[in-house]
Write a protein that binds this ligand. Sequence first.
Ligand code: SAM
Length: 287
Amino acid sequence: MPQTANPSYVARIMKERGLSAKKGLGQNFLVDQNIVRRILENAALEGESWVMEIGPGLGALTAPLADRAARVVAVEIDGELAAILRETLVSPKIAIVEGDALRLDWQELLQGAGWRGQPLSLVANLPYYITSPLIMKALESGLPFAAIVVMVQREVAERMLAAPGSKEFGVLSLAVQYYAQGSLVMKVPRTVFLPAPAVDSAVVKLTPRPPQVSAPRGELFEVIRAAFQQRRKTLRNALRPLAKGWNLSLEQLDQALISCGLDPSVRGERLSLEDYSRLTQELLKGV
Ligand code: SAM
């Protein structure tokens, strides 16, 4: 298997095939072995593991993943790259699927490739334009990922791992906390990509776990989304449309806030996941 996370390899393939990186598809190829190693170390891989990879590109992660795991199912949207990967990474352990990872049904895809519940991890150097929806899809997929290890824009990593009260804290932070234990693996400078992107990156590890709060998921996220719809508003004002939609009076909304010990003039970014869960349960009592 070629050493794919390597500047001369990437430059050579691009030249030979007359390719240029498609900016619109977030094509910034990783060319640093150390970072590949750190990603792999954090992917909770066992000999039996299957890996789902999003956006394999020229195979920087795909080839080394196949050395460590039983099988890698890699979804690439760019037909030219998918064709190159099928030629360059010939291994019974690697399945290259051409398609849009946001649209495909992952369960169906994995089962179609022969996955029967073996340990599973998700690994990706994500294209920046789909980071948040892709992470949400992974978290909500219901697939039993032992680990989700993703390279994302540094600012997105900060949002994923933010704590209540910080300006980065929002729906993405709460979703990550709801579904997983998140940690920063490493910060990554823009210089390790070809071409170099305009921003720095970071590798984040998410370890999915059962939710630690008891409010029903759908309603909980309705409340969270409403609270962050207009960040500058007080929680009371931000939740007014939701209360109306749930047929709750303003008095009932105030009462729920008070019962949770929340000052109605507080802003949504101050509340923890636990606070949102209690508030959702209080609001639901009136529905
Ligand atoms: N994994 C490679 C690496 O580390 O060098 C490439 C990473 S590059 C940041 C992102 C890759 O995702 C590109 O190959 C791009 O074509 C692919 N991609 C973009 N949008 C996609 C989508 N919706 N579904 C699947 N792959 C996508």
